[in-house]
Design a protein around this ligand. Structure first.
Ligand SMILES: [Mg+2]
Length: 223
């Protein structure tokens, strides 16, 4: 991990990275998406789920598929799908501690909305620890893994990619980061579509847990 001593910029994905996928928070978003599609396109929930999956795989976000094919109002979609119950998402003191030790620039990079990122990080107790949130609106609705969006983020926050690290649970989203010269960390998980490509060379580190990973780096930096 010595190659991480000179890192100056940190990019964190939000969902299933800053909190565990075991919390099933994203399952709720998933269900809200099906509901939105079902009512908007006037199809059954089952049919809506199929459309949702197809769009996700073809366009990298369901939202993008809905914009391209049905010209929906993106903000309306985002507000609807992120209107979920975060009650069971608990304060994460361990993560808060490790993040607070990192004095470099820290940015959340998500294909979701800013409001969702704010709600989630508030629940976890880490909302004050970031220098920015780069959401799907900042991405001009072009989601990860489009390299264009990574370049946009780099420009906005004046990031030097060779001193930057990106941490994500969806393996394929790490590829453009690596191509731009960043270090990459994959949060291990068993979601087939998120784990696909997780054995590829564009991933520098694999960890079961973000806090553990940050703790290791913080220990290393101390010495
Ligand atoms: Mg994620």
């Amino acid at each position: 991990m010595k190659d991480l001593l000179n890192i100056k910029y940190w990019l964190f994905d939000l969902d299933n990275t800053l909190y565990s996928g075991d919390t099933k928070v994203f399952d709720q978003v998933d269900k809200r998406m099906s509901k939105y599609i079902s009512s908007k396109l006037n199809v059954s929930i089952d049919e809506a789920k199929k459309i949702q999956k197809n769009y996700f795989h073809e366009y990298n976000t369901t939202l993008n598929g809905m914009i391209k094919n049905h010209e929906i109002d993106a903000q309306e979609f985002l507000d609807f799908v992120h209107d979920i119950d975060l009650e069971f998402l608990k304060n994460d003191k361990g993560l808060e501690l490790e993040l607070s030790k990192i004095k470099d620039k820290k940015i959340i990079f998500t294909n979701g909305s800013r409001a969702h990122a704010e709600n989630v990080t508030k629940r976890i107790g880490i909302n004050k620890l970031f220098d920015g949130i780069f959401d799907i609106v900042d991405s001009d609705f072009i989601p990860k893994p489009a390299i264009k969006t990574y370049k946009r983020l780099i420009d906005k926050y004046k990031i030097e990619p060779q001193y930057c690290i990106f941490i994500e649970d969806i393996a394929r989203n790490l590829k453009p980061a690596h191509e731009l010269g960043m270090k990459t960390v994959w949060i291990k998980n068993n979601e087939p579509w998120a784990a696909k490509y997780s054995n590829e060379n564009f991933i520098n580190y694999r960890t079961p847990n973000l806090t553990t990973f940050l703790k290791e780096i913080n220990e290393l930096r101390k010495n």
